[in-house]
Design a protein around this ligand. Structure first.
Ligand SMILES: *[C@@H]1O[C@H](CO)[C@@H](O)[C@H](O)[C@H]1NC(C)=O
Ligand SMILES: *[C@@H]1O[C@H](CO)[C@@H](O)[C@H](O)[C@H]1NC(C)=O
Length: 211
């Protein structure tokens, strides 16, 4: 709605209904949802603005089903990928994750998932280049249309990456400076949200130009 139209509507609405309108607008714009271990996500500005008048709340972790897929030189392909969980330390302790090595996170964007060909290629190339831990962040159950919902979900996925990195640091002695998050499309937004929650993160690389 353009500003002039909004002014027009405001002008023709009588005083009592104006109060109702303001209440309704606040109900739409000031909503929040909290997820255990990740914090609360509100639609307050900047998530609602003139540029983004309709802001939606992020889906729950149960819906998004974010999965962290570990690849190393010991298990470089999807047939022997290992799933790491921030809430299951055994899944990390029994994996090939090595906290003395550098870790590369790859985060896909809108409509993609963690098993796209470009991701497999990137995993392979990174493991040729160096002896990294490569962690693919698969949030394919939350990245689909509508774009507004996928955009909202990036906030939860960013929080989940921050949660995993914190566990890797605190329980496995990994160094924050060894963490590098590579994000494509909405994955770049996710990287930003993860970085916002972490101090001294090694590096973020974002590519925003296209889906
Ligand atoms: C934790 O991870 C281990 C190793 O992957 C697995 O065997 C176990 O079932 C997991 N525990 C839970 C509660 O998911
Ligand atoms: C923790 O990591 C540091 C830096 O990589 C290393 O020097 C140290 O030996 C590690 N400590 C343990 C208990 O593994």
């Amino acid at each position: 709605m353009s500003l002039s139209l909004l002014v027009f509507y405001t002008a023709v609405i009588s005083a009592p209904s104006l109060g109702f309108l303001i209440d309704t607008v606040q109900q739409i714009t000031h909503r929040q949802i909290c997820y255990t271990g990740l914090g609360c996500f509100a639609t307050d500005p900047p998530f609602t603005s003139l540029q983004r008048p309709l802001s939606v709340l992020p889906d729950s972790p149960d819906v998004i089903q974010t999965t962290f897929l570990l690849y190393t030189r010991s298990n470089p392909t999807t047939t022997n990928e290992q799933i790491l969980s921030a809430s299951n330390l055994t899944s990390i302790a029994t994996s090939y994750f090595n906290s003395q090595k550098q870790t590369k996170f790859i985060v896909h964007g809108f409509t993609h998932n963690g098993h796209r060909q470009w991701i497999r290629n990137m995993v392979a190339q990174l493991l040729i280049k160096d002896d990294y831990n490569v962690i693919v962040v698969d949030w394919g159950h939350g990245s689909g249309i509508p774009y507004t919902q996928a955009t909202a979900n990036t906030r939860v996925v960013g929080a989940q990456i921050a949660q995993l990195i914190t566990v890797l640091q605190q329980s496995f002695n990994a160094s924050m400076g060894d963490m590098h998050i590579i994000g494509h499309s909405l994955g770049a937004h996710i990287s930003g949200y993860a970085g916002e929650r972490l101090q001294h993160l090694g590096r973020i690389t974002g590519k925003l130009s296209s889906f």
